[in-house]
Design a protein around this ligand. Sequence first.
Ligand SMILES: Nc1ncnc2c1ncn2[C@@H]1O[C@H](COP(=O)(O)OP(=O)(O)O)[C@@H](O)[C@H]1O
Ligand SMILES: [Mg+2]
Length: 128
Amino acid sequence: MVTVRHAPASAGEVRRRLGADLADAGLPASVVGDATLIVSELVGNSVRYARPLAGGVLEVTWSVRPDCVLLTVSDGGGPSVPRRHAAGPEDIRGRGLAIVAALARDWGVRTHPNGSGPVSTVWVELPV
Ligand SMILES: Nc1ncnc2c1ncn2[C@@H]1O[C@H](COP(=O)(O)OP(=O)(O)O)[C@@H](O)[C@H]1O
Ligand SMILES: [Mg+2]
């Protein structure tokens, strides 16, 4: 698990760490590229739309399974919920989760309290 600040610069930090780890694990470059794209989008959304977890942080996990990579990004929830929008051709926003959904085998949101408040986790299964 990687704990990062609830700040825009964290998207790049997580992208680099995830990319290095998945490349070390021997995954194809296309999977590494898709995974790092997804994680930067999810961290960006958590920074923009959600509160941090206690301590002003976000938590990111990944695990390499035989047939997929499971990615999770947890934040403290917010006024909205992560939901794919139907972006039109002219829309400059509302594409991130549509891209995630297109790349993922499955994805979803899980909310669950921990000791210090609400936790909202977006999980994504990326096929390998
Ligand atoms: N971590 C999150 N917490 C709360 N709401 C979220 C989160 N991620 C996404 N959302 C909601 O889902 C919508 C769609 O996200 P996305 O497809 O990434 O589009 P965009 O980031 O361009 O608005 C956001 O506009 C926001 O309302
Ligand atoms: Mg987004």
